[in-house]
Write a protein that binds this ligand. Sequence first.
Ligand code: XBP
Ligand code: MG
Length: 252
Amino acid sequence: MLKALIFDVDGTLADTERDGHRLAFNAAFREFGLDWEWDVPLYGKLLEVTGGKERIRFYVERFRPDYSKPKDFDDLVVTLHKAKTGHYVELLGRGGIPLRSGVKRLLNEARGAGIRLAIATTTTPENVTALLGNTLGGDPAEWFEVIAAGDVVPAKKPAPDIYFWALDKMKLDAADCLALEDSENGVRASVGAGLKTVVTINDYTLDHDFSGVVAVLSDLGEPGQPFRMMKGEATGQECVDLDLLRRWHAAG
Ligand code: XBP
Ligand code: MG
């Protein structure tokens, strides 16, 4: 029986990467006098690695062989990432990023029907609070009973650990939940944790491998603004509602 929905954040609840996280990283690099500039295509390659601190290290290793790391490079990464979080939260505070189509509608429907809600994300907890506070309003804990985020597990997505952590806190079996994701790394994590998964793609993830998921679609859709279906069956539906999620959960 479907008892809970577990949402990814970046790319799933909101399109945060290209015009949110990327800009915040660049602002932090500028602030610290670094000539590192992550343009849109480069950032797509950097998304291969989840987690902001991990991504900065990956960039230096893979794309900046010219950069000689200072002795305190580990500390620098932490400092840069703190600054990046500050810029990101500020950007969200300016109302910079809305929720994706259909997200609020589905959250409201699920909440009204007594379906439990949780979050499983790689991003920093402060970012989740800021995004939800600026879009849904109020305290995120009123919407999501568990927020699994950031460094609570050492191995980030594609490892399944963040989903196991959330399931453990909710005391639920994977079989009774459905995950909503947007990326291959996210799907490897959710499917790896034994969760049936629905994917809403975005520009950075449209050619990802989504093996093992129950449905792939453009977005959750709104009445009059139907989703497009890439994989799965949704006869007669123009938006993703609980009925459809229950169907996918039972069939998948
Ligand atoms: C999201 C991430 C995060 C964000 C940046 O992946 O990988 O690292 O890009 O956030 P997912 P931080 O949607 O799969 O959870 O800088 O706070 O890590
Ligand atoms: Mg994501």
